[in-house]
Design a protein around this ligand. Structure first.
Ligand code: COA
Length: 327
């Protein structure tokens, strides 16, 4: 039997502070009713100054390691998917490596926006299939609140902070990761972007004045692209595994908008109970949304052995991808 990547443990960590739609009504011209009906979001978690990306990531990792029964010093590799690192250097993965005391682990970050966790999972899968004894920690962690213009109602209601983690290894078993598919289209990058604070547009009073430190999104266009890409990558995964829609027991999609999730479910012919939804609690947490959902489903006992799980994500870049698993 060939080697498959299996999940030994999952974990998640959310900041302490909750920001409700009602709270947002006090800052911008919006309403709880608009946000709920147009996005499905009821509240989101917002990190305070001490809750850095690496702090959230480390806390989620500790929970995943606990569940896995794996010691930090036994980890071979740490991959963190994020677009909101503490700083350009060192990487969040290195900060986590140090905080955990994972002495023998390699560590690096992956930047593929909201698809980042699936990109990181795909990379981990390749390493593990090469050496099944490897123990790999894959984290999705974001502090998007620091990249949001809190005066822009078209974006500030959407995003939240958080982190999720998985501990992976290899096994000669008929379960685990079955397929991975990754895609991108850089020609549409301008539709969802943070233009400033990189090396092309470093911090200057002029850049800050333009608001280029913040997320900018053409929401309606992004919505259409997201539905199309998610549907196509889902069919691609089904075909690769010889599955039909009926073979999917649980769809865990990146949580960007409840209407995207509903449309995707309709197009794949999946009943509501097969679509995992937790966007109402967390908003869009970018690379963290899928590992947070996986952990939630796992701890609720939804992930029973043999379950066919389809993970799909879409994000800025554009990037999108899928991972199909048998639990
Ligand atoms: N509160 C109240 N009204 C708002 C609002 C808010 N927070 N944000 C926008 N509006 C208004 C708009 O100004 C617009 O008003 P107008 O018709 O007078 O011009 C109206 O609501 C409709 O705006 P529109 O942008 O067409 O809404 P929408 O139905 O497309 O919903 C999003 C907006 C952002 C929720 C939706 O487009 C979306 O989810 N996009 C994709 C997000 C995504 O997938 N992100 C990428 C993956 S990470």
């Amino acid at each position: 039997m060939s080697i498959h990547t299996i999940v030994l443990g999952t974990g998640a960590y959310l900041p302490k502070s909750v920001l409700t739609n009602k709270d947002l009504e006090k800052c911008v011209n919006t309403s709880d009713e608009w946000i709920r009906t147009r996005t499905g979001i009821h509240q989101r978690y917002i990190a305070n100054e001490k809750e850095t990306n690496s702090y959230l990531a480390t806390q989620s990792a500790r929970r995943a390691l606990d569940m896995a029964g794996v010691q930090p010093q036994d980890l071979d590799l740490i991959i963190v998917a994020t677009m909101t690192p503490d700083m350009p250097m060192p990487s969040v993965a290195c900060l986590v490596q140090n905080a955990l005391g994972a002495k023998k682990a390699g560590a690096f970050d992956v930047q593929a926006t909201c698809s980042g966790f699936l990109y990181a999972l795909s990379i981990a899968d390749k390493f593990i299939r090469d050496n099944r004894r490897m123990k790999v920690l894959v984290i999705g962690s974001e502090v998007l609140s620091r990249r949001i213009n809190w005066e822009d109602r078209t974006t500030c209601v959407l995003f939240g902070d958080g982190a999720g983690a998985t501990v992976l290894t290899g096994a000669r078993e008929d379960r685990g990761i079955l397929s991975t598919h990754l895609h991108s289209d850089g020609s549409l990058g301008d539709l969802l972007t943070i233009r400033g604070l990189g090396t092309a547009h470093p911090v200057t009073p002029e850049i800050l004045e333009r608001g280029w430190q913040y997320i900018e999104m053409q929401g309606r266009e992004v919505f259409k692209c997201a539905v199309k890409a998610l549907e196509s990558v889902a069919w691609e995964a089904l075909e690769a595994n010889g599955w039909t829609g009926d073979d999917v027991d649980l769809l865990i999609s990146h949580q960007a908008n409840i209407r995207i999730l509903n449309l995707l479910g309709e197009r794949l012919g999946l009943p509501r109970e097969k679509i995992f939804i937790n966007i109402h609690k967390y908003g869009n947490t970018s690379a963290a949304s899928i590992p947070i959902a996986l952990d939630e489903a796992n701890r609720k006992g939804i992930l029973i052995p043999g379950l066919h799980i389809l993970l799909v994500a879409f994000g800025g870049g554009f990037t999108w991808g899928s991972v199909a698993m048998r639990w």
